[in-house]
Design a protein around this ligand. Structure first.
Ligand SMILES: C[S@@+](CC[C@H](N)C(=O)[O-])C[C@H]1O[C@@H](n2cnc3c(N)ncnc32)[C@H](O)[C@@H]1O
Length: 245
């Protein structure tokens, strides 16, 4: 696990995304107060937290369980004089303890899979104000005909992966109306995520050449990146923006 964090702790993002996609999703929420209260769940190193802070004059509560990410984000929040508006908390998404109807927006880029799309939509809804929004990116089949090796890869990595229609049905079943959905472009996977990871792997392979466990982690990253390079048209992250109905 240490090698995993050696790979991930100092790269720009914890998953695919970009300011363009964050902005595109944010601008679909046309019914927000001037200073919305936003919960950013699984904020990681916080690139989207800072992007949200630049898109709104509201307040953001950014939560994650990995303290080094939170320390990094706190440092940037201080540097950018945002501490009046951005609060960083070590908090588990499975047991968020905020009062009912606290937030105008719940934001989750690359993190909702940890709880599961449906479970999170249900569990977090009471924390949203009337007509509040939930915006999340989620791994999704983009084509109905994945090759066998890709299908078995995802059966192992995330068996709950579904297509867009199935996720939209969950949105409706959980009492939200869909505001927008769009696929993240491939550049969102490479620019701030896979490219910086890839650049670190050769040195780590050398460093851990006699450590089987560490090499297995490096290998896992390589396989994940290779899958995406080969099969990006079959799956991706979809941004789902929904509003309490
Ligand atoms: C794929 S990363 C996404 C990070 C960030 N939103 C981004 O897009 O760069 C998922 C994040 O969820 C966090 N996480 C994992 N389990 C969690 C939990 N139970 N509660 C809160 N955060 C969690 C991880 O530490 C990680 O930062």
């Amino acid at each position: 696990m240490d090698v995993f964090f050696e790979i991930h702790d100092d790269i720009p993002r914890g998953g695919p995304g970009s300011i363009e996609s964050t902005r595109r999703a944010f601008l679909t929420m046309t019914d927000l107060p001037k200073q919305p209260i936003i919960l950013d769940v699984g904020c990681g190193p916080g690139m989207q937290t800072l992007d949200l802070a630049s898109l709104t004059k509201g307040k953001i509560m950014a939560v994650d369980t990995h303290q080094p990410f939170l320390d990094r984000l706190n440092g940037t929040v201080d540097q950018q004089n945002l501490s009046e508006r951005v609060t960083v908390l070590n908090n588990d998404m499975f047991s968020l303890n905020f009062d009912p109807e606290t937030f105008d927006v719940i934001w989750a880029e690359g993190s909702i899979y940890i709880m599961g799309f449906e479970e999170a939509l249900r569990a977090w809804k009471p924390m949203l104000r009337k007509s509040g929004y939930l915006a999340a990116t989620h791994i999704t089949w983009l084509r109905p005909d994945p090759p066998d090796d890709l299908r078995s890869y995802w059966a192992k990595e995330y068996p709950l992966i579904k297509d867009i229609e199935a996720n939209l049905e969950i949105v409706r079943q959980c009492g939200y109306k869909l505001i927008a959905h769009f696929d993240l472009p491939e550049s969102d996977w490479w620019d701030h995520y896979y490219t910086p990871i890839q650049q670190k792997l050769p040195a780590l392979k050398e460093k851990y050449k006699s450590n089987v466990d560490a090499l297995a982690v490096v290998q896992m990253e390589e396989t994940e990146i290779e899958m995406y390079r080969k099969y990006a048209s079959y799956y991706g992250y979809v941004f789902y923006v929904m509003q309490v109905d």
